[in-house]
Design a protein. Structure first.
Length: 154
């Protein structure tokens, strides 16, 4: 099986399992490190908040499922963890979860001459993120956002 097909299948299996357990798949990272395959799964509850114990339990359960399905033809290290407070924001739901919080956006192309924007999330309108900047409210197309995260501690 090709790498991309394997990753897509892994994402579907893990996403479906986590959803059935009441969690969201935030990100699945599949990469080789130090000569071995490293599979990192970042998960959270839809409203946020997951414990170390939950991550440990999910690690064991997901490991058993992957071993049973025998998708990976090599040894791997599996790590299930919380995305943390500074988790990447990717989907509409991620942005809505951070409503009225300060975020930093890194854009794929300039918007009003800027490649980086910082402000508070006012909402999501269609395929646009509504951000309250010092200069006023602006809409940023989700498709132009290459990276986004919540600003912590400011």
């Amino acid at each position: 099986m090709f790498r991309e097909e394997t990753i897509t299948l892994l994402q579907q299996i893990v996403r479906d399992y986590l959803k059935a357990q009441g969690y969201d798949l935030v990100e699945l990272i599949y990469r080789y490190e130090g000569g071995g395959l490293f599979l990192r799964i970042l998960t959270d509850r839809p409203k946020g908040g997951i414990t170390f114990g939950e991550c440990s339990l999910l690690n064991n359960q997901i490991g058993a499922i992957l071993d049973e399905k025998n998708l990976l033809d090599t040894k791997y290290i599996l790590e299930v963890s919380s995305p943390g407070l500074d988790r990447p924001l990717k989907t509409k739901n991620d942005f809505l979860r951070c409503l009225n919080r300060k975020i930093r956006l890194f854009l794929a192309e300039p918007l009003n001459g800027k490649m980086e924007i910082e402000g508070k999330i006012s909402g999501v309108a269609g395929d646009n993120l509504v951000v309250d900047l010092e200069a006023g409210i602006t809409e940023v197309p989700l498709s132009k956002i290459s990276k986004a995260k919540q600003v912590i501690g400011e």
